[in-house]
Design a protein around this ligand. Sequence first.
Ligand code: HEM
Ligand code: NAG
Ligand code: NAG
Length: 328
Amino acid sequence: MRGRTSNNVIVSRLIVVVLLALQGASLVHGQVGTCVGFYSQTCPRVESIVRSTVQTHFESNPTIASGLLRMHFHDCFVHGCDASVLIEGTNTERTAPPNRLLRGFEVIEDAKAKLEVACPGIVSCADILALAARDSVFLTKGQSWQVPTGRRDGRVSLDSDAANLPAFNDSIDVQKQKFAEKGLDTKDLVVLAGGHTIGTAACRLFSYRLYNFTTSGNGADPTIDPAFLPQLRALCPQNGDRTRRVGLDPGSQNRFDTSYFYNLMKGRGVLESDQKLWTDASTKTFVKRFLGVTAFNVEFGRSMVKMSNIDVKTGTQGEIRKICSAIN
Ligand code: HEM
Ligand SMILES: *[C@@H]1O[C@H](CO)[C@@H](O)[C@H](O)[C@H]1NC(C)=O
Ligand SMILES: *[C@@H]1O[C@H](CO)[C@@H](O)[C@H](O)[C@H]1NC(C)=O
């Protein structure tokens, strides 16, 4: 009897040790300080207020969903997810070339104003943006996920810091490297690029692929599906309006589905950076995997949680802004 009891004690102690080790491992992976339901005591309605605000804006302009998803990505890749991208002023991140076409600032500001009434000084703009990105995916018929909260807002925003954002013409090696610097692997890169299943791009970011890309053949980027090329050329004529916008997931730009990956497989990716995910063997494997709806939905949520924890400020770091466009 005694022997069995002490064995049980040893086993339960072992379990505790294993659990602590697992917890420690997750802390190392950047989960420090954020947790699901961070505001459950201090602002219990935060998620419903953000959701209804995003929904109201979405109903009058459905394209706001893609704007908000992209804005969260651009926030996280520069100084971590700290709402630094929202700061107005000269030479702030917001004025940097990769951020000039960001959309949806008014949605975050609107949610912030409502939250300042419901629970003043409690909810960070960085958390509002992370929640709004999740809600945008759900509104476009993607699968939802739980967003850890507890981020604090940053006090630094410089245009020069936006240079490390991935670019439309980056090679796969450069894309992988830029993601790796943020603790994101090749799978994260491919599944998160799947965010391009919604939204649009300006002709000027890809029309160079349609004309004089090569000196041989039809002059276009040879990875473009020849049947798709005339459509893209019609949308972006050689001397046409370079600000005109084209769906990144042609045929399904308002729906969060896996057709983006099918399009890559067919040579119907719009951005050069996207189409290369199919050309390169190391990323092609993942493109194939994410043709599956369940795989895409599950992994997208997981990688979004990883992305939304990049270099987060928590505890007493940073501040809780009063309005999202300015440091207190
Ligand atoms: C591999 C890295 C990436 C590159 C090179 C890239 C590049 C671009 C470019 C050039 C545009 C068009 C911008 C415009 O014309 O307004 C765009 C749009 C967009 N990107 Fe990315 N992106 C990348 C990763 C991501 C990630 C990780 C997400 C989110 C998870 C994302 C979400 C979006 C969305 C939703 C749009 C549409 C925006 C709109 O409709 O206004 N992108 N991206
Ligand atoms: C990508 O395009 C930018 C500007 O359009 C250019 O300055 C840069 O050299 C290009 N990068 C590559 C790798 O082609
Ligand atoms: C593209 O190439 C064609 C034929 O070589 C030439 O006439 C045209 O001027 C070029 N266009 C641009 C924008 O370089």
